[in-house]
Write a protein that binds this ligand. Structure first.
Ligand code: FAD
Length: 356
């Protein structure tokens, strides 16, 4: 891998769906750019999902700018492999230059622009876009005694399928879509307990991921003052086939969190002890931004202060695809295009200013 002696306009860190969407618009405005990604293959976090993972929206409601995701032959929701395929072809279709595997270790400020340090040399760029997602930073909430528990602990980031847990006593922790889907297939083979902060909120059967996008879009319009605040959301958990099937078996009951771990299990609020073989943490992720530490812009919760996608404390730095704090629905295939487009508009203006 070569070193770039002269500065390029824009360096994009991460070439998952978010990085590719940014690349699509950078190419259209004619700025010079490179994407760096630490994985050996295209597809971003979709390479690491569990075996049965499918999108919860149809293909044409799960597309990046410019090119619709092809519909699967059965017209159902695309499987994980189909998304990887789509992202692989998208990259080639728009001739997006991705260097991989290249891991970014640090970003330093220059008088104008940035130096980006990697395990394959350094790059200089006038602007930097972070699009590193969150898959590499699984989050596990603090539970007393967790380090003393001798059983298996696995975060959903590393979960593949339920077979290793057949016949075991398993806690599935977390009330979102990951928790519901892991519970659904785990409960077919294991003795499961679903642990959630609150009663999970299931969406009606006849809506899919499109409704979540619509709700996010309404919140976005309300925030920019163009519409009244929408009514509270209908729910969080999309009733995909596996989750409906689990409901038919009566497997979707949930309990509130336990108080602490023991070596062999957990102690529930109220004192009852229970033996447990494994805990699957479906408790979410944090932004993958450790390489920004040197810029002093990362807050205690792992986020960066932003206006839209622009880092307010670091001119020339943008963050795309991390969720609602970087744009409503920006962590979805269909939602990230809007953020990517606005980001590239801002970068173009920034680089045209005389001081940039
Ligand atoms: P990523 O896909 O994580 O890509 C970031 C890339 O940057 C990765 O390749 C990563 O390895 C790389 N990287 C990280 N750090 C560095 C570094 N320091 N240097 C270089 N490279 C680095 N969305 C939908 O639209 N529809 C769905 O149905 C849907 N279902 C989902 C189901 C699950 C279980 C999950 C977890 C998410 C789902 N999402 C869905 C959400 C969303 O589409 C994904 O989270 C998406 O992968 C985010 O894309 P991204 O490009 O921002 O990040």
């Amino acid at each position: 891998l070569m070193q770039t002696p002269t500065a390029i306009d824009v360096l994009v860190i991460g070439a998952g769906q978010s990085g590719l969407a940014v690349g699509y618009y950078l190419r259209r405005v004619g700025l010079s750019f490179v994407l760096l990604d630490d994985q050996p293959q295209p597809g971003g976090a979709w390479q690491h999902g569990w075996d049965s993972l499918r999108l919860f929206s149809p293909a044409d409601a799960s597309s990046l700018p410019g090119w619709l995701m092809p519909r699967p032959p059965d017209n159902g929701f695309p499987a994980r492999a189909a998304v990887i395929d789509y992202l692989t072809q998208y990259e080639a279709r728009y001739a997006l230059l991705v260097r991989r595997p290249v891991r970014v270790a640090g970003v330093r400020r220059l008088t104008a622009g940035f130096v980006v340090q990697t395990d394959a040399g350094t790059w200089q760029a006038r602007a930097v876009v972070c699009a590193t997602g969150s898959w590499s930073q699984p989050y596990i909430p603090p539970y007393p005694g967790r380090e003393t528990f001798a059983g298996v602990q696995l975060h959903s980031a590393r979960y593949q399928d339920a077979t290793p847990f057949a016949g075991k006593r398993v806690l599935v922790v977390g009330g979102g879509n990951s928790g519901a889907q892991v519970l659904a297939e785990m409960s077919r083979v294991a003795k499961t307990t679903w642990v959630t902060e609150q009663e999970p909120r299931f969406l009606p059967d006849d809506v899919d991921g499109r409704v979540l996008f619509m709700q996010a879009t309404q919140r976005y319009h309300a925030q920019v003052g163009a519409a009244p605040l929408p009514p509270p959301t209908l729910g969080d958990v999309v009733m995909v086939d596996s989750v409906r099937e689990a409901r038919r078996r009566g497997a979707l009951g949930s309990v509130r969190p336990f108080a602490r771990f023991t070596a062999t299990g957990v102690v529930w609020q109220g004192g009852r002890e229970e033996a447990v073989d494994a805990v699957i943490w479906c408790t979410g992720f944090r932004p993958a931004l450790p390489f920004l530490a040197g810029l002093g812009v990362v807050l205690a919760d792992g986020r960066v202060a932003t206006a839209g996608t622009r880092a307010t404390a670091a001119p020339g730095l943008w963050l795309v695809g991390y969720g609602s704090w970087t744009g409503f629905a920006s962590a979805t295939l269909i939602g990230v295009g809007r953020s990517a487009r606005a980001t590239v508009d801002e970068i173009k203006e920034f680089l045209a200013a005389p001081e940039a």
